[in-house]
Design a protein around this ligand. Structure first.
Ligand SMILES: *[C@@H]1O[C@H](CO)[C@@H](O)[C@H](O)[C@H]1NC(C)=O
Length: 504
């Protein structure tokens, strides 16, 4: 009898076969409040979701009812003022957030700057991997992400005092060199509880996610002592093909069938793309279009590319009809026809033609830890993103202006730290008032050190040698290298093959 039970347990670990004598590990609830009522004050809670996609909304709402306090919430984002974790911020139930991007939430900003809330900003890929490592029993790991930035140096504000000085600074990270590159040590994250949103559970507690909602939910399932999953539907055992199960029941302790779901989409400011050819009106539009039409020439057939919001995404509208570019993105794309809304998703998109972008057959959905394995592992050919400053050796600053609200670095630090990925910066040549953006040394906090390979502005294109410096390779018609010198804050070489700036 004993032997038989052991055997059945092993089967269940594989998520394969069940017998009627199998004792269910997962408990099923109809009331989400019942499922979360054991969460005590001071608990660390991992909360799944990306932006407003795939967040455990019923479980979060139930914490409003239990009134639990002093939570440490590990979540990529902080919701918006009236939805998701934003609700628990309003009721001041959260003491500390560990997140990569916390923009879009005014109450969050107020509490943080007033010293009422602790915030540990963590690069997105590092956050996903810290959680993955936590679930896999790995106490720490080394990553190139954040080397040479505030993340490594420490001292960035986790908590302010009322007078605006720093009460809790972030800790510096240990640096090690492997094969001639620098890496920093990041520690695993585990939770007392994980609050997860999935699509369906079977009655044995196996889980599947819907489309892009896998995001942080998948690694978080594995990294908590108690994993509580809310699902839209509970189905009979055997409904899922065994090989299609995303999370085996071994990781799942409680399952709640949620009630209604709001399908919210976060529309980012400036995130609306006009797939139509932009009609330049103002000088700034002309400048943007010039950069976009040059940036589009960076795409090559068969390439995998990750594009930042704004000019890089807009450049994808100009990709030639006869080439296919695979977009690897935290920003999925929804809807076609003229206006494309950018939502927070993880998705591989295949992009064809000029005016329509959609998820085509052959695309794949994956989780956040997987997304950043692709990025960190150097599998993405091209990263294109904006910048506030770039130095002659390719240091990049694009995430923080001290003294102003810091929204977080999102995935930018991970993207630029990837060896083997070409990093192209698209930006206006100078800041407002003519301040230089291309400099000897960046004055703003870095996103990455010696990471940029090419700079495209409305006036020029530079190649960056991360030890030797800049070379001017293209120049806008009518301008001379002397004109470029006058508006650039550092020296550069002029290529013997200097060309007029190319446009698609
Ligand atoms: C993309 O990168 C892979 C290696 O990761 C390489 O084999 C491939 O040729 C690259 N493709 C393009 C179009 O650059």
């Amino acid at each position: 009898m004993k032997a038989l039970r052991v055997l059945l347990m092993l089967y269940s670990v594989g998520g394969c076969y069940f017998s009627t004598s199998f004792q269910k590990r997962s408990k099923f609830y109809s009331d989400p409040t019942e499922a979360v009522k054991d969460i005590p004050n001071g608990a660390t809670v991992l909360v799944g979701g990306f932006g407003l996609c795939g967040i455990p909304e019923n479980l979060i709402n139930s914490l409003l009812k239990t009134g639990v306090k002093s939570l440490t919430a590990v979540s990529n984002n902080a919701g918006v003022d009236n939805f998701g974790l934003g609700l628990l911020l309003q009721t001041k139930q959260i003491k500390r957030m560990i997140s990569s991007y916390v923009g879009e939430n005014a109450e969050f900003e107020r509490q943080y700057l007033a010293g009422e809330l602790e915030v540990e900003l963590t690069p997105q890929g590092t956050l996903a991997e810290r959680i993955r490592a936590g679930g896999a029993g790995i106490p720490a790991f080394f990553t190139a992400t954040g080397y040479g930035t505030l993340i490594q140096q420490g001292g960035s504000p986790i908590k302010y005092r009322k007078d605006g000085t720093i009460e809790i600074p972030s800790e510096p990270r240990e640096v090690r060199e492997f094969n001639g590159r620098h890496y920093i040590m990041e520690k695993a994250i585990t939770g007392d509880f994980a609050l997860i949103k999935a699509w369906k559970a079977d009655k044995a507690g196996n889980i599947v996610f819907r489309k892009t909602a896998r995001n942080f939910n998948q690694p978080m399932c594995k990294a908590a002592k108690v994993t509580i999953v809310e699902v839209e539907e509970v189905v009979d055992v055997g409904t899922f093909a065994t090989e299609d199960i995303h999370i085996p029941s071994i990781y799942v302790h409680k399952v709640v069938q949620g009630g209604s779901y709001e399908k919210r989409i976060e529309v980012l400011k400036g995130g609306i793309i006009q797939a139509e050819k932009p009609k330049p009106k103002k000088d700034s539009d002309i400048v943007r279009e010039r950069i976009i039409r040059r940036a589009a020439l960076e795409f090559e057939d068969g390439m995998y590319a990750n594009l930042g919001i704004g000019i890089p995404m807009l450049a994808s509208n100009f990709i030639k009809q006869d080439i296919t570019v695979h977009l690897q993105s935290e920003n999925g794309i929804l809807g076609l026809v003229r206006v494309i809304l950018i939502v927070h998703l993880h998705v591989v998109l295949v992009l064809t033609g000029k005016e329509t972008v959609t998820v085509l057959p052959g695309a794949a959905y994956f989780s956040s830890d997987e997304s950043f394995a692709m990025i960190r592992g150097g599998h993405v050919n091209l990263t294109m993103l904006g910048a506030m400053q770039v130095s002659k050796h390719g240091d990049l600053a694009n995430w923080m202006i001290p003294g102003k609200m810091v929204k977080g670095m999102g995935g930018a630090m991970d993207l630029v730290a990837s060896a083997g990925t070409k990093v192209v910066v698209t930006m206006e040549h100078s800041a407002k008032g003519g301040k230089h953006k291309i400099l000897d040394k960046c004055s703003l906090p870095l996103t990455g050190k010696q990471c940029v390979d090419r700079i495209i502005t409305e006036k020029a294109v530079f190649d960056v040698d991360q030890t030797k410096g800049l070379t001017l390779i293209e120049i806008w018609e009518g301008l001379t290298p002397e004109d470029i010198k006058a508006c650039t804050g550092t020296e550069f070489e002029v290529s013997p093959n200097l060309k007029p700036m190319q446009q698609i």
